[in-house]
Ligand binder design. Structure first.
Ligand code: ADP
Ligand code: ADP
Ligand code: MG
Length: 671
């Protein structure tokens, strides 16, 4: 075994690989881009080397730089993770030439499976069933169109170099063919530098079932059963599980054998996944399955296989790469229980799953252990940027059977607190609670078919959320006030009065929230033992405290519950039961941000885009005058003058992307 491993990747997969390397006593070398200098994967590694600017094309995809670091750092092997250089045959070859072990298959095996058309031809020869279709050289539009007609509509046009669901188009009628072909070619050219396509019969009710395979240098090959990855949006996986629900034993054996045959056909070494599509029009019993593609790397969803087999696949990868034989034979591998993985993405399900960026102002998970595993590459305070994949974390649950695992999943998701950007947490909870999903009625159309049930409605903040937001606000002020009083050495100051922010007969204050365009006034009455909170449509008795974790322990009309409320500028995120609701609070005490108390400035409360700038240098402005409109997280935020003054500099124009904390407008010094 080598002493030192370089991980040519970032994010959760880099962290996950390092965990195993550390457990095995192998030192780790991280590489990172400028954008990732403060990232978790760099902090976890024994050493970290800067390889270039944020853009992957100038850092994580630059084979030469990574090889140079491997040589300089004395790494004996490189693990490419998934994505980036993991399926790059030239890189695998360059590693070999440099005398560094590439943790993966040979360059030839990567090449054989890299293009979907060539892979299908190899599989056909090995007598593995492939999706009926056209995958020949001739790419003239007429030939392709004729092929589509011969196959029979609907068809699927796929980029031969495709991956990650890109370069794919469904075509339901001949009249749509030309346009779809152009689209697929354009997307494929842009993403993969190759515009060749193949055409397949489009199965209208399929399940995506894939087999994990493993080979070693001695020529042994085994499979580690199947994963069902049918829950997809945009042909990308969101939920994966093992074993596949209701998988007939005979089908499992047939598919496992076919996958091993596929691996053997190319002398496969290391971890690989053979993806099949299964026609479930008449259920899974006796269903036909077809080879789709082989991914010659560790797959995102490999943890579900680890949970049901008890093996660490990264350990297997490292051992096999170092020349060891597979630790067990096929007969020794068995399935124990059921595992489900969900991908927590920074995205907005209600906005067609549009990726979201921003700072993770809160990122907490519930307890992890034998039943719940969380693989992540980010920590609270980190950014999800435009440069890389918007996956925040993978949550994997395990239990003795599927319904128990699903229960674990619902609980674990409800314990997630994610703020600062949109996440699909609430969407995933709805999936995990959906009767059809619980019944195992899976196919790749599931999300689209049940979208109305699964996509959380936007707007209309529930009553309970308003109470939590108001309660948190008054509790925090009380804490701040006490803190200020302690600091000022005057515990008897009126600021120290927990119930005294506004001291009049009926001590109360009005909080003005906005939920989109809707203004909501909430009146909080201070009582000796808590508050009475009046909202449009009702009032409740509430009390609570903020614990050391920053959680809000709320008691509303006698019912105790835990939530978390995060405030960034005027934006408030209320997290409870896995949902994250946003409100804005018009806080007269916190208009804009002040810089060091001296010269005033407006700083960006979060990552976003400038929509409009209403200030010019030299402008005389009054306190609270709106000066900049910022769009962040799909909401507009008005930033106002912190006090009366004169504008010194305006550093932004409409359309600028700005970072959290950037100074947008500064003011002239006052004498
Ligand atoms: P999986 O089946 O593991 O989800 P995908 O093909 O969807 O596999 O992609 C896994 C990861 O690799 C994702 O992070 C995706 O963005 C990345 N990826 C896939 N194909 C490519 C490619 N051709 N170039 C760069 N990254 C890719
Ligand atoms: P990628 O390389 O982008 O992962 P795949 O060939 O693996 O491309 O296909 C991605 C997804 O598209 C599959 O998981 C499946 O949901 C869908 N798909 C692929 N081929 C077909 C087909 N012939 N009929 C219906 N759906 C398909
Ligand atoms: Mg695929």
């Amino acid at each position: 075994m080598f002493d030192k491993l370089l991980i040519a990747n970032r994010g959760e997969i880099a962290c996950r690989i390092m965990e195993t390397a550390r457990r095995m006593g192998v030192r780790t070398v991280a590489v990172y881009s400028e954008a990732d200098a403060g990232s978790r994967h760099v902090a976890m590694a024994d050493e970290g080397w800067l390889i270039g600017p944020a853009a992957a094309a100038e850092s994580y995809l630059v084979a030469d730089k990574i090889l140079e670091v491997a040589k300089s750092s004395g790494a004996g092997a490189i693990h490419p993770g998934y994505g980036f250089l993991s399926e790059n045959a030239a890189f695998a070859e360059a590693c070999e030439d440099a005398g560094i072990i590439f943790v993966g298959p040979t360059a030839d095996a990567i090449r054989a499976m890299g293009l979907k058309d060539a892979a299908k031809a190899i599989m056909q020869k090995a007598k593995v069933p492939v999706v009926p279709g056209y995958h020949d050289e001739d790419q003239s539009p007429d030939v392709l169109k004729q092929a589509a007609a011969d196959i029979g509509y609907p068809v699927l046009i796929k980029a031969v170099a495709g991956g990650g669901g890109k370069g794919m188009r469904q075509v339901h009628a001949e009249s749509d063919f030309d346009e779809a072909l152009e689209g697929a070619m354009r997307e494929s050219k842009a993403a993969f530098g190759d515009d060749r396509v193949l055409i397949e019969k489009y199965l209208t009710k399929p399940r995506h079932i894939e087999i994990q395979v493993f080979g070693d240098k001695a020529g042994n090959a085994v499979h580690l059963f199947e994963r069902d990855c049918s829950l997809q949006r945009r042909h990308q996986k969101v939920v994966e599980e093992a074993p596949a629900p209701d998988m007939p034993l005979a089908l499992r054996e047939q598919m496992g054998a076919a996958a091993v045959k596929a691996a053997e056909a190319i002398g496969y070494v290391g971890a690989g996944t053979v993806e099949f599509i299964v026609d479930v029009t008449n259920g899974l019993d006796g269903a036909e399955f077809f080879f789709m593609e082989m991914n010659t790397r560790l797959q995102v969803e490999h943890p579900v296989t680890e949970m049901i087999t008890g093996y660490d696949l990264v350990e297997w990868q490292l051992r096999v790469a170092a020349g060891e034989d597979l630790p067990v034979g096929q007969d020794e591998i068995s399935i124990n229980g059921h595992a489900i993985e969900v991908r927590l993405y920074a995205e907005a399900p209600a906005n067609n799953f549009l990726p979201s960026t921003g700072t993770l102002s809160r990122l907490r998970f519930g307890a992890t252990g034998p039943h719940v595993r969380v693989d992540t590459g980010v920590r609270e305070g980190d950014q999800v940027s435009i440069h890389y994949d918007p996956m925040i974390a993978k949550m994997i649950v395990w239990d003795r059977d599927r319904s128990s695992a699903l229960r674990r999943l619902r609980v674990a998701l409800a314990d997630c607190q994610i703020a600062g950007l949109n996440s699909n947490t609430a969407f995933l909870i709805r999936v995990a609670a959906h009767p059809a999903f619980i019944d195992g009625e899976l196919d790749t159309g599931f999300i689209e078919r049940h979208a109305a049930d699964l996509i959380p409605e936007t707007g209309g903040v529930p009553y309970r959320v308003l109470v939590l937001a108001a309660l948190d606000q008054v509790l925090r002020r009380a804490v701040d006030a006490r803190h200020m009083a302690t600091k000022s050495n005057d515990p008897h100051s009126p600021w120290a009065q927990v119930n005294g922010w506004v001291m009049n007969d009926d001590a109360h204050e009005v909080l003005r929230f906005a939920d989109g365009d809707e203004e909501i006034a909430v009146t909080v009455h201070y009582q000796t033992n808590g508050y009475i909170i009046d909202m449009p449509g009702g009032s409740v008795r509430a009390r609570g405290e903020i614990d050391v974790e920053g959680n809000l322990i709320a008691n509303i009309d006698g019912v105790r519950s835990i939530a978390a409320v995060v405030k960034e500028g005027q934006l408030i995120t209320v997290m409870s039961h896995g949902s994250a609701q946003r409100l804005t609070l018009h806080d007269p005490l916190e208009v804009g941000d002040m810089e060091d108390g001296g010269s005033g400035a407006i700083t960006a409360p979060m990552f976003g885009k400038i929509v409009q700038v209403m200030a010019m240098p030299g402008d005389v402005v009054e306190k609270d005058m709106p000066l900049v409109i910022l769009e962040a997280m799909k909401m507009e935020h008005t930033l106002c003058a912190p006090e009366n003054g004169v504008v010194a500099e305006v550093n932004v124009v409409a359309g600028d992307q700005i970072d959290d904390g950037a100074v947008l407008v500064s003011f002239e010094e006052k004498e």
